[in-house]
Write a new protein. Structure first.
Length: 123
């Protein structure tokens, strides 16, 4: 189980609520839902319990093909509007990351964007 240290939006945000820069406050969240609601970006996962990865976590890390470890993947899943959640998959690394987040965080509010980006690249 992870907590997430994330930057959150400020008054300098774009129309979709996600800032283009590194402004914002750093906040600690204990759930993905809270991080998503705050429109978090640039998140770092902090392990707070457990040490044995679940089958879902192992599958997601394997899908990342070495592009992301479990902690990095958990942090990425707490973010909104960045990385694969912006709907762009422009490199092999980005494709591996996108496939991993589909497995690791299927309940993410922007997961449809990720699936569409993967489909566009794989067509």
């Amino acid at each position: 189980m992870f907590a997430f240290r994330c930057r959150t939006t400020t008054s300098r945000s774009t129309t979709d609520g996600v800032p283009d820069d590194d402004s914002g406050d750093v906040t600690l969240f204990t759930t993905y839902a809270a991080a998503w609601e705050a429109r978090s970006r640039s998140c770092t996962a902090v392990r707070i319990a457990g040490s044995v990865p679940s089958d879902q976590q192992r599958a997601a890390v394997a899908a990342a093909g070495g592009a992301l470890g479990l902690r990095a993947l958990a942090g990425r899943c707490a973010e909104v509007g960045t990385g694969p959640f912006d709907g762009r998959v422009a490199s092999r690394h980005a494709l591996l990351e996108a496939r991993a987040v589909v497995l690791y965080c299927p309940g993410h509010p922007q997961i449809a964007r990720v699936r569409a980006a993967i489909a566009a690249v794989e067509d």
